[in-house]
Design a protein around this ligand. Structure first.
Ligand code: ADP
Ligand code: ADP
Length: 252
């Protein structure tokens, strides 16, 4: 069976009444950000989601990890509606479905150093029997993700790392939890061009090592082609094309 199965998913946003510069007001406006999306994703597979800005990619991603509630339609994770899972065991659901965001600087509390950020995540999820054990787990994953020696980074604060290093930390933090599904929402589009390939490869390497599935949201066709098993093209909230990567994205 599929890891995740999405059926006829719809998300409306109501945008509140806005007052324009000339003093006139515009009525509440509704936007159908996701419009009847259905697909399924198998364990260990990578689905690329592409489409122009505003077509609903991020909204779809946030719906999949329940950071947003659908207006209608269903999302099943391992055959169970995610609403049920969230009620029954929210912590486990968060552990299974991890999201990597576009801007790593927004992702971390600036008051915590990297050691704190990573070990706290493990602690919240009851992983490791002691602080020493949790630190060991963090160091292992950091070093396998290319941050070595890890101790050079542990005592730094988020603002003392580059965007690329910080995105690496956010990938590491998610991967510490051994998630089954990763939603990566434009994970490199805020980063310097020179580090993008590195970060993509770390994301890909850890995802493959752990056998996780990924939804990779991007507007970069080349990267999506490189990373994805299947690709979905969105337009105005709908999936207008979906299939094997080589069938959807032809060779340049
Ligand atoms: P993409 O990720 O493809 O750029 P989004 O999912 O961010 O697209 O946005 C889809 C549509 O929903 C856009 O028209 C956007 O303006 C609108 N939208 C996104 N988030 C909200 C929100 N929180 N409130 C109202 N409208 C939103
Ligand atoms: P907190 O400060 O409690 O972590 P956040 O505002 O960061 O709250 O997150 C809000 C909700 O989203 C929480 O339930 C949290 O578990 C979940 N969450 C946070 N980060 C992620 C992520 N990377 N992937 C999936 N869910 C997340």
């Amino acid at each position: 069976t599929s890891l995740i199965k999405v059926d006829d998913l719809v998300k409306w946003y109501v945008q509140k009444k806005v007052t324009k510069k000339d003093g006139t007001t515009k009525k509440d406006q509704s936007i159908k950000a996701v419009d009847g999306v259905s697909f399924s994703l198998d364990k260990g597979k990578i689905l690329g989601v592409i489409g122009e800005s505003g077509c609903g990619k991020s909204t779809l991603g946030r719906l999949l990890v329940a950071l947003e509630e659908p207006t209608s339609g269903s999302i099943e994770f391992e055959g169970e509606p995610i609403g049920h899972m969230l009620k029954k065991n929210p912590l486990q659901f968060r552990r299974n479905c991890q999201m990597i965001f576009q801007n790593p600087f927004d992702t971390f509390d600036p008051r915590n150093n990297i050691q704190n950020i990573l070990t706290t995540t493990l602690k919240i999820h009851n992983i490791g029997n002691s602080e020493e054990e949790r630190l060991e787990i963090c160091i292992k994953v950091m070093e396998s993700a290319g941050m070595r020696p890890a101790k050079d980074y542990l005592h730094r604060y988020p603002h003392e790392l580059s965007g690329g290093q910080l995105q690496r930390i956010s990938i590491i933090r998610s991967m510490l939890l051994d998630p089954k599904l990763i939603i990566a929402d434009e994970p490199v589009s805020m980063l310097d061009v020179s580090v993008r390939a590195d970060i993509i490869n770390v994301l890909l390497q850890l995802t493959k090592e752990q056998g996780a599935a990924m939804v990779f949201i991007s507007h970069d066709i080349a990267t999506t082609r490189y990373i994805s098993d299947t690709v979905a093209v969105m337009y105005l909230g709908r999936i207008v094309e979906m299939g094997k990567t080589d069938d959807v994205i032809q060779n340049p």
